[in-house]
Design a protein around this ligand. Structure first.
Ligand code: ATP
Length: 570
Protein backbone atom coordinates (compact mmCIF):
# COMPACT_ATOMS: atom_id res chain seq x y z
CA UNK A 1 0.00 0.00 0.00
CA UNK A 2 1.33 3.38 -0.95
CA UNK A 3 -0.02 4.83 2.33
CA UNK A 4 2.39 2.75 4.40
CA UNK A 5 5.28 3.89 2.22
CA UNK A 6 4.17 7.52 2.51
CA UNK A 7 4.02 7.35 6.30
CA UNK A 8 7.49 5.79 6.36
CA UNK A 9 9.01 8.37 3.97
CA UNK A 10 7.14 11.15 5.79
CA UNK A 11 8.75 10.26 9.09
CA UNK A 12 12.22 9.47 7.75
CA UNK A 13 12.43 12.59 5.58
CA UNK A 14 10.72 15.03 7.94
CA UNK A 15 7.32 15.59 6.35
CA UNK A 16 5.28 14.67 9.39
CA UNK A 17 5.45 12.48 12.46
CA UNK A 18 3.14 11.56 15.27
CA UNK A 19 3.60 14.13 18.04
CA UNK A 20 4.79 13.54 21.59
CA UNK A 21 6.68 10.32 20.77
CA UNK A 22 8.85 10.83 23.87
CA UNK A 23 5.66 10.39 25.91
CA UNK A 24 4.38 7.40 23.89
CA UNK A 25 2.56 9.61 21.39
CA UNK A 26 -1.05 10.79 21.45
CA UNK A 27 -3.24 9.76 18.56
CA UNK A 28 -4.69 12.45 16.40
CA UNK A 29 -1.77 14.91 16.76
CA UNK A 30 0.96 15.34 14.16
CA UNK A 31 4.00 17.56 13.88
CA UNK A 32 5.12 18.75 10.46
CA UNK A 33 8.87 18.46 10.14
CA UNK A 34 11.42 20.52 8.20
CA UNK A 35 10.14 19.30 4.81
CA UNK A 36 6.44 19.02 5.69
CA UNK A 37 6.11 22.48 7.21
CA UNK A 38 7.27 24.30 4.04
CA UNK A 39 5.18 21.98 1.85
CA UNK A 40 2.09 22.78 3.90
CA UNK A 41 2.89 26.49 3.97
CA UNK A 42 3.33 26.50 0.18
CA UNK A 43 -0.06 24.81 -0.26
CA UNK A 44 -1.61 27.47 1.97
CA UNK A 45 0.12 30.24 0.02
CA UNK A 46 -1.13 28.89 -3.31
CA UNK A 47 -4.65 28.66 -1.83
CA UNK A 48 -4.34 32.25 -0.63
CA UNK A 49 -3.14 33.32 -4.05
CA UNK A 50 -6.14 31.71 -5.81
CA UNK A 51 -9.01 32.09 -3.36
CA UNK A 52 -8.12 35.36 -1.66
CA UNK A 53 -5.84 37.53 -3.80
CA UNK A 54 -7.06 36.65 -7.28
CA UNK A 55 -10.69 36.67 -6.21
CA UNK A 56 -10.38 40.04 -4.49
CA UNK A 57 -11.49 38.62 -1.13
CA UNK A 58 -10.48 39.71 2.37
CA UNK A 59 -8.55 37.55 4.82
CA UNK A 60 -8.84 37.53 8.60
CA UNK A 61 -7.11 35.78 11.47
CA UNK A 62 -9.48 35.10 14.40
CA UNK A 63 -8.93 33.47 17.81
CA UNK A 64 -9.09 29.68 18.07
CA UNK A 65 -10.75 29.78 21.52
CA UNK A 66 -14.28 31.08 21.35
CA UNK A 67 -16.93 31.70 24.04
CA UNK A 68 -19.91 29.38 24.44
CA UNK A 69 -22.62 31.68 23.05
CA UNK A 70 -20.97 31.48 19.61
CA UNK A 71 -21.55 27.73 19.52
CA UNK A 72 -25.03 27.99 21.00
CA UNK A 73 -25.91 30.20 18.06
CA UNK A 74 -24.12 28.10 15.44
CA UNK A 75 -25.74 24.89 16.69
CA UNK A 76 -22.41 23.14 17.39
CA UNK A 77 -23.14 22.77 21.10
CA UNK A 78 -26.29 20.78 20.41
CA UNK A 79 -25.53 18.93 17.24
CA UNK A 80 -21.81 18.69 16.47
CA UNK A 81 -21.78 15.04 17.40
CA UNK A 82 -20.39 11.78 16.09
CA UNK A 83 -21.74 8.34 16.88
CA UNK A 84 -19.80 6.61 19.61
CA UNK A 85 -19.88 2.97 20.55
CA UNK A 86 -17.82 1.88 23.58
CA UNK A 87 -16.90 -1.80 23.80
CA UNK A 88 -18.20 -3.29 27.03
CA UNK A 89 -15.24 -5.73 27.22
CA UNK A 90 -12.16 -3.57 26.61
CA UNK A 91 -13.82 -0.13 26.98
CA UNK A 92 -12.22 1.13 23.76
CA UNK A 93 -14.37 3.73 21.96
CA UNK A 94 -15.08 3.59 18.24
CA UNK A 95 -16.95 5.63 15.70
CA UNK A 96 -20.01 3.50 15.06
CA UNK A 97 -20.61 4.70 11.50
CA UNK A 98 -16.98 4.00 10.56
CA UNK A 99 -17.25 0.43 11.84
CA UNK A 100 -20.17 -0.08 9.48
CA UNK A 101 -18.40 1.55 6.55
CA UNK A 102 -15.36 -0.66 7.16
CA UNK A 103 -17.34 -3.88 7.40
CA UNK A 104 -20.10 -3.38 4.83
CA UNK A 105 -20.32 -1.68 1.44
CA UNK A 106 -22.20 1.31 2.84
CA UNK A 107 -20.22 4.43 1.94
CA UNK A 108 -21.83 6.98 4.18
CA UNK A 109 -23.34 5.63 7.36
CA UNK A 110 -22.94 9.00 9.15
CA UNK A 111 -26.32 10.21 7.96
CA UNK A 112 -28.24 7.20 9.31
CA UNK A 113 -30.15 7.42 12.61
CA UNK A 114 -28.50 5.79 15.64
CA UNK A 115 -31.13 3.03 15.94
CA UNK A 116 -30.41 1.95 12.38
CA UNK A 117 -26.69 1.98 13.15
CA UNK A 118 -27.28 -0.27 16.18
CA UNK A 119 -29.30 -2.68 14.01
CA UNK A 120 -26.63 -2.73 11.31
CA UNK A 121 -23.94 -3.51 13.90
CA UNK A 122 -26.00 -6.42 15.22
CA UNK A 123 -27.13 -7.69 11.78
CA UNK A 124 -23.61 -7.68 10.37
CA UNK A 125 -22.07 -9.27 13.47
CA UNK A 126 -19.60 -6.40 13.80
CA UNK A 127 -17.07 -6.90 16.59
CA UNK A 128 -14.76 -4.55 18.48
CA UNK A 129 -11.69 -3.84 16.29
CA UNK A 130 -9.57 -3.83 19.44
CA UNK A 131 -10.57 -7.01 21.28
CA UNK A 132 -13.02 -8.70 18.90
CA UNK A 133 -15.94 -8.73 21.40
CA UNK A 134 -19.41 -8.78 19.83
CA UNK A 135 -20.91 -5.27 19.72
CA UNK A 136 -24.51 -6.38 19.17
CA UNK A 137 -26.81 -4.79 21.74
CA UNK A 138 -24.27 -2.10 22.70
CA UNK A 139 -25.84 1.37 22.68
CA UNK A 140 -24.63 3.99 20.23
CA UNK A 141 -24.35 7.45 21.81
CA UNK A 142 -23.91 10.96 20.46
CA UNK A 143 -20.51 12.38 21.37
CA UNK A 144 -19.88 16.12 21.00
CA UNK A 145 -16.59 16.73 19.21
CA UNK A 146 -15.71 20.11 20.64
CA UNK A 147 -12.79 20.50 23.05
CA UNK A 148 -14.08 22.52 25.98
CA UNK A 149 -12.15 24.86 28.27
CA UNK A 150 -12.72 27.73 30.67
CA UNK A 151 -11.92 31.28 29.77
CA UNK A 152 -10.15 32.78 32.78
CA UNK A 153 -10.15 31.20 36.24
CA UNK A 154 -13.26 29.38 37.41
CA UNK A 155 -16.00 27.95 35.28
CA UNK A 156 -18.18 31.02 34.82
CA UNK A 157 -17.14 31.54 31.23
CA UNK A 158 -16.95 28.30 29.26
CA UNK A 159 -15.18 28.33 25.93
CA UNK A 160 -14.38 25.90 23.15
CA UNK A 161 -11.60 25.40 20.68
CA UNK A 162 -13.19 26.18 17.35
CA UNK A 163 -14.22 23.07 15.41
CA UNK A 164 -14.13 25.02 12.13
CA UNK A 165 -12.56 28.34 11.20
CA UNK A 166 -15.64 29.94 9.69
CA UNK A 167 -17.39 30.80 12.96
CA UNK A 168 -14.62 33.37 13.44
CA UNK A 169 -15.80 34.99 10.21
CA UNK A 170 -19.54 34.83 10.92
CA UNK A 171 -19.34 36.37 14.41
CA UNK A 172 -17.45 39.40 13.12
CA UNK A 173 -19.90 40.04 10.28
CA UNK A 174 -21.30 43.29 11.79
CA UNK A 175 -17.81 44.79 11.50
CA UNK A 176 -16.67 42.93 8.37
CA UNK A 177 -19.59 44.35 6.40
CA UNK A 178 -18.36 47.83 7.31
CA UNK A 179 -14.90 47.03 5.92
CA UNK A 180 -16.66 45.92 2.74
CA UNK A 181 -18.55 49.26 2.75
CA UNK A 182 -21.84 47.37 3.04
CA UNK A 183 -21.59 46.20 -0.56
CA UNK A 184 -22.46 42.65 -1.56
CA UNK A 185 -21.03 40.37 -2.73
CA UNK A 186 -17.90 40.18 -0.63
CA UNK A 187 -15.80 37.27 0.52
CA UNK A 188 -13.84 36.70 3.72
CA UNK A 189 -11.31 33.89 4.05
CA UNK A 190 -9.34 32.38 6.85
CA UNK A 191 -6.57 29.81 7.05
CA UNK A 192 -6.05 28.38 10.50
CA UNK A 193 -6.27 25.59 13.01
CA UNK A 194 -9.49 23.79 13.88
CA UNK A 195 -9.97 21.22 16.64
CA UNK A 196 -12.22 18.18 16.85
CA UNK A 197 -12.01 15.59 19.57
CA UNK A 198 -12.36 12.79 17.01
CA UNK A 199 -13.45 9.48 18.56
CA UNK A 200 -11.03 7.48 16.46
CA UNK A 201 -8.41 9.53 14.66
CA UNK A 202 -6.89 7.51 11.86
CA UNK A 203 -4.91 7.32 8.66
CA UNK A 204 -2.20 9.65 9.92
CA UNK A 205 -2.93 13.27 8.96
CA UNK A 206 -6.22 12.43 7.23
CA UNK A 207 -8.24 12.41 10.46
CA UNK A 208 -6.59 14.25 13.32
CA UNK A 209 -7.75 16.15 16.39
CA UNK A 210 -6.00 19.37 15.42
CA UNK A 211 -5.84 20.30 11.76
CA UNK A 212 -5.74 23.23 9.38
CA UNK A 213 -8.60 24.53 7.31
CA UNK A 214 -8.66 27.10 4.55
CA UNK A 215 -12.19 28.42 4.36
CA UNK A 216 -13.98 31.11 2.44
CA UNK A 217 -17.37 32.64 3.09
CA UNK A 218 -18.81 34.56 0.22
CA UNK A 219 -21.68 36.79 1.29
CA UNK A 220 -24.17 37.40 -1.49
CA UNK A 221 -27.49 39.00 -2.19
CA UNK A 222 -29.45 35.92 -3.32
CA UNK A 223 -31.69 37.94 -5.57
CA UNK A 224 -29.12 40.08 -7.30
CA UNK A 225 -25.67 38.50 -7.30
CA UNK A 226 -24.62 36.03 -9.98
CA UNK A 227 -21.13 34.65 -10.58
CA UNK A 228 -19.29 35.32 -13.81
CA UNK A 229 -18.89 31.83 -15.23
CA UNK A 230 -17.48 32.88 -18.61
CA UNK A 231 -13.84 31.93 -17.91
CA UNK A 232 -14.81 28.66 -16.27
CA UNK A 233 -17.63 27.49 -18.53
CA UNK A 234 -15.48 24.87 -20.29
CA UNK A 235 -13.82 23.43 -17.19
CA UNK A 236 -14.69 19.73 -17.12
CA UNK A 237 -16.05 18.57 -13.78
CA UNK A 238 -15.98 14.90 -12.71
CA UNK A 239 -19.34 14.72 -10.91
CA UNK A 240 -20.33 11.70 -8.88
CA UNK A 241 -23.74 11.14 -7.48
CA UNK A 242 -25.00 8.09 -5.67
CA UNK A 243 -28.71 7.44 -5.19
CA UNK A 244 -28.19 6.12 -1.66
CA UNK A 245 -25.36 5.31 0.71
CA UNK A 246 -23.91 2.59 -1.49
CA UNK A 247 -20.36 3.32 -2.53
CA UNK A 248 -20.23 1.53 -5.81
CA UNK A 249 -23.54 2.11 -7.45
CA UNK A 250 -23.21 5.81 -8.17
CA UNK A 251 -22.58 7.48 -11.49
CA UNK A 252 -19.48 9.39 -12.40
CA UNK A 253 -20.23 11.79 -15.17
CA UNK A 254 -17.86 14.30 -16.63
CA UNK A 255 -19.43 17.47 -17.94
CA UNK A 256 -18.49 21.08 -18.46
CA UNK A 257 -19.26 23.57 -15.74
CA UNK A 258 -21.74 25.29 -18.07
CA UNK A 259 -23.63 22.01 -18.62
CA UNK A 260 -23.46 21.14 -14.93
CA UNK A 261 -25.22 24.31 -13.82
CA UNK A 262 -27.57 24.68 -16.78
CA UNK A 263 -28.93 21.19 -17.09
CA UNK A 264 -26.84 19.07 -14.75
CA UNK A 265 -26.88 18.25 -11.08
CA UNK A 266 -25.25 21.42 -9.71
CA UNK A 267 -28.13 23.54 -8.38
CA UNK A 268 -26.32 26.67 -7.35
CA UNK A 269 -24.33 28.67 -9.89
CA UNK A 270 -22.14 29.91 -7.05
CA UNK A 271 -21.32 26.41 -5.91
CA UNK A 272 -20.59 25.57 -9.57
CA UNK A 273 -18.28 28.57 -9.78
CA UNK A 274 -16.18 27.31 -6.86
CA UNK A 275 -16.17 23.73 -8.14
CA UNK A 276 -14.66 25.08 -11.36
CA UNK A 277 -11.98 27.09 -9.58
CA UNK A 278 -11.24 24.23 -7.17
CA UNK A 279 -10.84 21.67 -9.95
CA UNK A 280 -8.19 23.80 -11.67
CA UNK A 281 -6.54 24.62 -8.36
CA UNK A 282 -6.29 21.00 -7.21
CA UNK A 283 -4.69 20.12 -10.52
CA UNK A 284 -2.23 23.00 -10.08
CA UNK A 285 -1.03 21.75 -6.68
CA UNK A 286 -0.57 18.16 -7.79
CA UNK A 287 -3.77 16.16 -7.25
CA UNK A 288 -4.07 13.44 -9.91
CA UNK A 289 -7.23 14.29 -11.85
CA UNK A 290 -7.79 10.61 -12.67
CA UNK A 291 -8.21 10.03 -8.94
CA UNK A 292 -10.38 13.04 -8.16
CA UNK A 293 -14.13 13.68 -8.16
CA UNK A 294 -16.82 15.93 -6.79
CA UNK A 295 -19.44 13.97 -4.87
CA UNK A 296 -22.90 15.34 -4.36
CA UNK A 297 -24.18 15.10 -0.80
CA UNK A 298 -27.03 12.72 -0.26
CA UNK A 299 -30.25 14.36 0.89
CA UNK A 300 -29.88 12.97 4.44
CA UNK A 301 -26.29 14.15 4.66
CA UNK A 302 -27.07 17.80 4.02
CA UNK A 303 -27.87 20.25 6.78
CA UNK A 304 -31.52 21.28 6.44
CA UNK A 305 -30.56 24.87 5.60
CA UNK A 306 -28.02 23.92 2.92
CA UNK A 307 -29.50 23.50 -0.52
CA UNK A 308 -26.55 22.38 -2.65
CA UNK A 309 -23.53 20.55 -1.22
CA UNK A 310 -20.63 18.83 -2.89
CA UNK A 311 -17.41 17.34 -1.55
CA UNK A 312 -14.12 17.24 -3.41
CA UNK A 313 -12.74 13.74 -2.99
CA UNK A 314 -9.43 12.06 -3.79
CA UNK A 315 -8.78 8.36 -4.13
CA UNK A 316 -6.23 7.00 -1.66
CA UNK A 317 -5.46 3.28 -1.80
CA UNK A 318 -8.94 2.46 -3.07
CA UNK A 319 -10.89 4.72 -0.67
CA UNK A 320 -12.35 8.11 -1.44
CA UNK A 321 -11.26 10.78 1.04
CA UNK A 322 -13.05 14.10 1.49
CA UNK A 323 -10.68 16.97 0.75
CA UNK A 324 -13.13 19.87 0.82
CA UNK A 325 -16.79 20.73 1.10
CA UNK A 326 -18.71 23.27 -1.02
CA UNK A 327 -22.08 24.36 0.24
CA UNK A 328 -24.79 26.89 -0.29
CA UNK A 329 -25.70 27.73 3.31
CA UNK A 330 -28.52 30.22 2.73
CA UNK A 331 -28.88 32.93 5.43
CA UNK A 332 -28.76 30.38 8.26
CA UNK A 333 -25.49 31.31 10.00
CA UNK A 334 -25.93 35.07 9.95
CA UNK A 335 -29.57 34.84 10.97
CA UNK A 336 -28.71 32.62 13.94
CA UNK A 337 -25.95 34.94 15.14
CA UNK A 338 -28.28 37.91 14.66
CA UNK A 339 -31.00 36.25 16.75
CA UNK A 340 -28.66 35.12 19.53
CA UNK A 341 -26.55 38.26 19.84
CA UNK A 342 -29.18 40.89 19.11
CA UNK A 343 -26.65 42.61 16.81
CA UNK A 344 -27.26 43.63 13.25
CA UNK A 345 -26.20 40.82 10.90
CA UNK A 346 -28.00 42.32 7.92
CA UNK A 347 -27.03 44.49 4.98
CA UNK A 348 -29.03 47.45 3.80
CA UNK A 349 -30.11 46.89 0.22
CA UNK A 350 -31.03 50.16 -1.47
CA UNK A 351 -34.04 50.25 -3.80
CA UNK A 352 -33.48 51.66 -7.27
CA UNK A 353 -35.88 54.39 -6.26
CA UNK A 354 -37.34 55.24 -2.83
CA UNK A 355 -40.69 53.49 -2.27
CA UNK A 356 -43.77 54.46 -0.35
CA UNK A 357 -44.68 51.59 2.00
CA UNK A 358 -47.26 50.85 4.65
CA UNK A 359 -45.67 49.71 7.90
CA UNK A 360 -47.16 48.50 11.13
CA UNK A 361 -44.93 49.65 13.99
CA UNK A 362 -44.95 49.65 17.76
CA UNK A 363 -43.31 52.09 20.08
CA UNK A 364 -43.80 50.53 23.50
CA UNK A 365 -43.81 52.84 26.45
CA UNK A 366 -40.80 51.40 28.24
CA UNK A 367 -41.59 53.21 31.48
CA UNK A 368 -44.81 51.19 31.72
CA UNK A 369 -43.40 48.04 30.18
CA UNK A 370 -40.31 48.19 32.40
CA UNK A 371 -41.44 47.87 36.03
CA UNK A 372 -44.48 45.74 35.29
CA UNK A 373 -42.73 43.15 33.14
CA UNK A 374 -39.38 43.03 34.89
CA UNK A 375 -36.26 41.91 33.07
CA UNK A 376 -38.28 40.53 30.14
CA UNK A 377 -39.30 44.06 29.09
CA UNK A 378 -36.70 44.48 26.33
CA UNK A 379 -37.48 41.05 24.85
CA UNK A 380 -41.20 41.78 24.99
CA UNK A 381 -40.62 45.04 23.13
CA UNK A 382 -38.63 43.18 20.45
CA UNK A 383 -41.36 40.52 20.15
CA UNK A 384 -44.03 43.20 19.80
CA UNK A 385 -42.06 44.84 17.00
CA UNK A 386 -41.65 41.53 15.17
CA UNK A 387 -45.35 40.75 15.63
CA UNK A 388 -46.38 44.15 14.29
CA UNK A 389 -44.54 43.39 11.06
CA UNK A 390 -45.67 39.79 10.85
CA UNK A 391 -49.29 40.05 11.89
CA UNK A 392 -50.69 43.58 12.34
CA UNK A 393 -54.19 42.09 12.95
CA UNK A 394 -52.98 40.80 16.33
CA UNK A 395 -53.22 44.42 17.59
CA UNK A 396 -56.94 44.77 16.89
CA UNK A 397 -58.21 43.95 20.42
CA UNK A 398 -57.40 45.62 23.74
CA UNK A 399 -54.50 43.33 24.60
CA UNK A 400 -51.89 41.62 22.55
CA UNK A 401 -50.20 38.38 23.61
CA UNK A 402 -46.50 37.68 23.03
CA UNK A 403 -44.29 34.80 24.10
CA UNK A 404 -40.85 35.30 25.56
CA UNK A 405 -38.76 32.35 26.75
CA UNK A 406 -41.84 30.13 26.86
CA UNK A 407 -43.87 32.61 29.01
CA UNK A 408 -46.96 34.38 27.68
CA UNK A 409 -47.34 38.11 28.34
CA UNK A 410 -50.49 40.16 27.75
CA UNK A 411 -49.68 43.73 26.85
CA UNK A 412 -52.39 46.42 26.49
CA UNK A 413 -52.35 47.68 22.90
CA UNK A 414 -52.14 51.32 24.05
CA UNK A 415 -48.95 50.47 26.00
CA UNK A 416 -47.52 48.86 22.86
CA UNK A 417 -48.40 52.09 21.04
CA UNK A 418 -49.32 50.30 17.83
CA UNK A 419 -49.49 52.44 14.68
CA UNK A 420 -49.93 51.95 10.97
CA UNK A 421 -47.85 54.41 8.99
CA UNK A 422 -47.27 55.31 5.38
CA UNK A 423 -43.65 56.17 4.84
CA UNK A 424 -41.01 56.48 2.17
CA UNK A 425 -38.18 54.00 2.41
CA UNK A 426 -34.95 53.99 0.43
CA UNK A 427 -34.19 50.30 0.91
CA UNK A 428 -34.54 47.29 3.14
CA UNK A 429 -32.40 45.13 5.42
CA UNK A 430 -31.59 41.69 4.07
CA UNK A 431 -29.64 38.86 5.60
CA UNK A 432 -27.02 37.84 3.04
CA UNK A 433 -26.73 34.25 1.90
CA UNK A 434 -23.44 32.40 2.25
CA UNK A 435 -21.57 30.23 -0.23
CA UNK A 436 -18.83 28.32 1.52
CA UNK A 437 -15.91 26.40 0.06
CA UNK A 438 -14.16 24.74 2.98
CA UNK A 439 -10.78 23.08 2.38
CA UNK A 440 -8.79 20.77 4.62
CA UNK A 441 -5.09 21.49 4.23
CA UNK A 442 -3.67 18.36 5.90
CA UNK A 443 -5.65 15.91 3.81
CA UNK A 444 -4.50 17.75 0.73
CA UNK A 445 -0.87 17.59 1.80
CA UNK A 446 -1.32 13.86 2.26
CA UNK A 447 -2.95 13.48 -1.15
CA UNK A 448 -0.21 15.47 -2.86
CA UNK A 449 2.40 13.14 -1.35
CA UNK A 450 0.36 10.06 -2.20
CA UNK A 451 -0.51 11.03 -5.75
CA UNK A 452 3.05 12.22 -6.35
CA UNK A 453 4.73 9.07 -5.06
CA UNK A 454 6.74 7.31 -7.80
CA UNK A 455 9.06 4.32 -7.97
CA UNK A 456 11.30 3.64 -10.97
CA UNK A 457 14.68 2.19 -11.77
CA UNK A 458 17.78 4.14 -12.69
CA UNK A 459 20.83 2.20 -13.89
CA UNK A 460 19.41 -0.98 -12.40
CA UNK A 461 18.78 0.64 -9.02
CA UNK A 462 15.36 1.24 -7.52
CA UNK A 463 14.50 4.88 -7.02
CA UNK A 464 11.69 6.53 -5.03
CA UNK A 465 10.79 10.07 -5.91
CA UNK A 466 7.98 12.49 -5.22
CA UNK A 467 6.65 14.28 -8.25
CA UNK A 468 5.82 17.51 -6.46
CA UNK A 469 4.98 20.66 -8.36
CA UNK A 470 7.81 23.21 -7.96
CA UNK A 471 5.24 25.64 -6.60
CA UNK A 472 4.65 23.48 -3.52
CA UNK A 473 7.87 21.43 -3.19
CA UNK A 474 9.64 22.18 0.12
CA UNK A 475 12.91 22.81 -1.71
CA UNK A 476 13.09 24.09 -5.29
CA UNK A 477 16.79 23.64 -5.88
CA UNK A 478 19.53 21.69 -4.11
CA UNK A 479 23.16 22.61 -4.66
CA UNK A 480 25.98 20.07 -4.39
CA UNK A 481 29.73 20.35 -4.74
CA UNK A 482 30.95 17.18 -6.50
CA UNK A 483 33.55 17.05 -3.72
CA UNK A 484 34.35 19.40 -0.92
CA UNK A 485 37.81 20.01 -2.40
CA UNK A 486 39.75 22.42 -4.62
CA UNK A 487 37.32 25.24 -3.96
CA UNK A 488 34.21 23.36 -5.16
CA UNK A 489 32.70 23.53 -1.64
CA UNK A 490 33.16 27.32 -1.40
CA UNK A 491 31.85 27.82 -4.95
CA UNK A 492 28.73 25.73 -4.21
CA UNK A 493 28.11 27.44 -0.85
CA UNK A 494 28.23 30.83 -2.52
CA UNK A 495 25.99 29.69 -5.35
CA UNK A 496 23.40 28.37 -2.90
CA UNK A 497 23.43 31.67 -0.99
CA UNK A 498 22.95 33.57 -4.28
CA UNK A 499 19.97 31.42 -5.26
CA UNK A 500 18.48 31.84 -1.80
CA UNK A 501 18.89 35.61 -1.98
CA UNK A 502 16.74 35.75 -5.12
CA UNK A 503 13.96 33.78 -3.47
CA UNK A 504 14.59 30.11 -4.27
CA UNK A 505 13.98 27.60 -1.50
CA UNK A 506 17.36 25.87 -1.46
CA UNK A 507 19.22 23.01 0.17
CA UNK A 508 22.95 22.28 0.34
CA UNK A 509 24.38 18.80 0.55
CA UNK A 510 28.02 17.71 0.38
CA UNK A 511 27.88 14.36 2.10
CA UNK A 512 28.15 11.00 0.38
CA UNK A 513 28.26 9.96 -3.26
CA UNK A 514 26.49 12.26 -5.69
CA UNK A 515 24.00 9.50 -6.61
CA UNK A 516 22.92 9.21 -2.98
CA UNK A 517 22.50 12.94 -2.74
CA UNK A 518 20.21 12.87 -5.80
CA UNK A 519 18.17 10.09 -4.18
CA UNK A 520 17.77 12.11 -0.98
CA UNK A 521 16.43 15.08 -2.91
CA UNK A 522 14.23 12.84 -5.08
CA UNK A 523 12.59 11.48 -1.98
CA UNK A 524 11.61 14.93 -0.75
CA UNK A 525 10.48 16.02 -4.21
CA UNK A 526 13.16 18.63 -4.99
CA UNK A 527 12.63 19.37 -8.69
CA UNK A 528 16.18 20.56 -9.52
CA UNK A 529 19.69 19.72 -8.37
CA UNK A 530 22.70 21.81 -9.35
CA UNK A 531 26.18 20.29 -9.18
CA UNK A 532 29.42 22.22 -9.02
CA UNK A 533 32.30 20.12 -10.44
CA UNK A 534 35.85 20.53 -11.75
CA UNK A 535 34.62 22.02 -14.98
CA UNK A 536 32.69 24.68 -13.07
CA UNK A 537 35.97 25.99 -11.67
CA UNK A 538 37.29 26.36 -15.23
CA UNK A 539 34.33 27.70 -17.18
CA UNK A 540 31.65 28.77 -14.66
CA UNK A 541 29.07 26.27 -15.89
CA UNK A 542 27.09 23.87 -13.68
CA UNK A 543 25.04 20.73 -14.18
CA UNK A 544 21.31 21.08 -13.67
CA UNK A 545 19.54 17.79 -13.16
CA UNK A 546 15.78 17.51 -13.44
CA UNK A 547 14.07 15.19 -10.94
CA UNK A 548 11.46 13.33 -13.01
CA UNK A 549 13.43 12.69 -16.21
CA UNK A 550 16.84 12.74 -14.44
CA UNK A 551 18.07 14.60 -17.51
CA UNK A 552 21.12 16.77 -16.99
CA UNK A 553 22.14 19.86 -18.84
CA UNK A 554 25.09 22.22 -18.63
CA UNK A 555 24.22 25.83 -17.90
CA UNK A 556 26.44 28.92 -17.43
CA UNK A 557 26.21 30.11 -13.83
CA UNK A 558 25.21 33.63 -14.86
CA UNK A 559 22.18 32.18 -16.69
CA UNK A 560 21.23 29.83 -13.88
CA UNK A 561 18.56 31.95 -12.19
CA UNK A 562 16.71 32.56 -15.45
CA UNK A 563 17.02 28.91 -16.47
CA UNK A 564 15.69 27.66 -13.14
CA UNK A 565 12.84 30.14 -13.20
CA UNK A 566 11.90 28.99 -16.68
CA UNK A 567 12.08 25.33 -15.70
CA UNK A 568 10.07 26.00 -12.55
CA UNK A 569 7.31 27.82 -14.39
CA UNK A 570 6.89 25.34 -17.25
P1 ATP B 1 -15.45 14.12 7.77
O1 ATP B 1 -16.81 13.71 7.29
O2 ATP B 1 -14.34 13.45 7.02
O3 ATP B 1 -15.29 14.04 9.26
P2 ATP B 1 -16.43 16.77 7.61
O4 ATP B 1 -17.47 16.64 6.53
O5 ATP B 1 -16.88 16.77 9.02
O6 ATP B 1 -15.28 15.65 7.42
P3 ATP B 1 -16.06 19.56 7.20
O7 ATP B 1 -16.71 19.97 8.45
O8 ATP B 1 -16.78 19.75 5.91
O9 ATP B 1 -15.56 18.04 7.32
O10 ATP B 1 -14.62 20.27 7.15
C1 ATP B 1 -14.03 20.73 5.95
C2 ATP B 1 -12.72 20.03 5.68
O11 ATP B 1 -11.88 20.00 6.83
C3 ATP B 1 -12.88 18.57 5.29
O12 ATP B 1 -13.18 18.45 3.93
C4 ATP B 1 -11.51 18.00 5.62
O13 ATP B 1 -10.60 18.21 4.56
C5 ATP B 1 -11.08 18.82 6.81
N1 ATP B 1 -11.25 18.03 8.04
C6 ATP B 1 -12.39 17.85 8.74
N2 ATP B 1 -12.16 17.08 9.82
C7 ATP B 1 -10.85 16.76 9.80
C8 ATP B 1 -9.99 16.00 10.66
N3 ATP B 1 -10.45 15.43 11.76
N4 ATP B 1 -8.68 15.89 10.33
C9 ATP B 1 -8.19 16.48 9.22
N5 ATP B 1 -8.94 17.22 8.39
C10 ATP B 1 -10.25 17.37 8.66
Amino acid sequence: MTSEKIVEVAKRRGFFLQSFGAYSGVSGFYTYGPTGAPLKRNVEDVWRDRFVVREGNQEIDAPTVMPEPVFEASGHLDTFDDMLIACSECEESHRADHLIEDETDLADAESLPTEEIEDLIADNGIGCPNCGADLAGVAVDDFNLMFGTNIGPGSASPGYLRPETVQGIFVEFPQLKEYARNQLPFGVAQIGRAYRNEISPRRSIIRTREFTQAELDLFIDPEEDRPDLSDLADVRLPLYSAPDQQADDGDLEEMTLAEAVEEGPVDSEWVGYYLGIAKEWYERVGVDMDRFRFRQHLAGERAHYASDCWDAEAEIDGDWIELAGFSYRSDYDLRKHGEHSGEDFTIFREYDEPKSVTRATVDPDMSTLGPEYGSAAADIAAELAALAERDPDAFEGEDVTVEVDGESYEVPVDVANFRIEERTESGEHITPHVVEPSFGVDRLVYTILHHGYREDEIDGEKRVYLELDPEVAPTTVAVFPLMDREGMGEYATELEADLRSVGFATAYDDSGAIGRRYRRQDEVGTPFCVTVDHRTLEDDTVTVRERDSTEQRRIPVDELTDALEELRDT
